[in-house]
Write a protein that binds this ligand. Sequence first.
Ligand code: ABN
Length: 170
Amino acid sequence: MMRRFDRLFEHSTRSLAQRTSRRSLLASLGQVLTGAALLPLLPIDRASRAHAASDSPASPESCDYWKYCAIDGFLCSCCGGTSSSCPPGTAASPIFWIGTCHNAADGRDYIVSYNDCCGKSGCSACDCNRNEGEKPIYRPSRNNDLNWCMANANVNYHCTVSVILGVAEK
Ligand code: ABN
């Protein structure tokens, strides 16, 4: 049995050697090696993976959260409050800056107010500066780089909340 196997192997190796020159063997080997070296350079579809990552909605502690599209300040959700309520010991400013943010979850645009929470020194956590639709400071009604605590008894700025006022009409 082993003999027959040996003879078969010998025969096929000899016939391959007869049909193949050393030069063509080296050429094929070169092709294989070049192909292997170029494999990592081929374009890989990383875009679809990036898209999958961006599909997961951001949390209210993240500056990417949809409601923060026009915010400038420390996120109260990182400072002992929530995205829409001031931390204990602070008071919401009665005056505020307004933005219009798109909520990808339901495809609607919402009017959002950005109220500052006042009465304590700056929280300094989760600084978030997105400014969608903001205009220069010489147009204060369209600028969010202001301390809206200016009308409060205690004007110390602590953090900013975002409150949904309604759906924006098209
Ligand atoms: N509206 C947030 C803020 C507070 C103080 C100074 C700049 C911006």
